[in-house]
Design a protein around this ligand. Sequence first.
Ligand SMILES: C[S@@+](CC[C@H](N)C(=O)[O-])C[C@H]1O[C@@H](n2cnc3c(N)ncnc32)[C@H](O)[C@@H]1O
Length: 220
Amino acid sequence: MNAISNTGQEIREYYLNCYETTAPAGQQWTTATAAPELVSLVRSGALPQGASVLDIGCGVGSESVYLAGAGFKVTAVDIAPQAVERGRALAEVYGYSVDWHVGDVLDLPFGQGTFDAVTDRGCFHCLRAHERERFAQEVARMLRPGGLYVLRCVSSQRPGQVRPDDASHFVRTFGVSSTELWEAFGPHFQAEHMELGSASPDADPSSPYGWYCLWRRRAE
Ligand SMILES: C[S@@+](CC[C@H](N)C(=O)[O-])C[C@H]1O[C@@H](n2cnc3c(N)ncnc32)[C@H](O)[C@@H]1O
């Protein structure tokens, strides 16, 4: 894989290229199924049965297909056509119905209040600082009032750290601070949950941390 660069266009080209040239097993972010926090939300009923859910930056659709199998009405979108095609093929194998779209999350065709929930594993942090406000507005627009935005993104901070951690190129490229999250989502959402965690704190103390946040769309 090529090194990741920093402009919005370079990031998008990075993903387009990865999905064209690298199998899912070689993509660091791709997992075969949904993340534990999403599974917990489904099992707890926090995502109500049969809700309409948009998986934004769905990649090869691991979480979209999981949600469809769990009975949700799923729409999935990614900028990379090859990723969406893999998702479509996976859903077909299982016989699940997902409404697949290729598109840019900053310019989606869905109407106001279309979705009960939006899930995001690793898409928001692909956007550059000047695109974040627009992204948050778009997510808020597509969610019904009271709808839930489930965000997972790379953190620029580690626990107890106020200043962003610029230790690695990866964290500098994708990391988002708590202040930046509040600036983007605070105007439209109430924070129900903000958790800073590491995938492997014991195995690799230097591994990046990530945010798991639940944002509730304000009723206006
Ligand atoms: C870290 S990957 C996560 C993929 C998937 N959610 C998963 O968990 O496997 C980020 C995804 O966001 C997509 N993406 C980045 N910028 C995007 C944009 N502006 N519009 C739509 N998708 C975008 C990438 O193509 C990539 O599939």
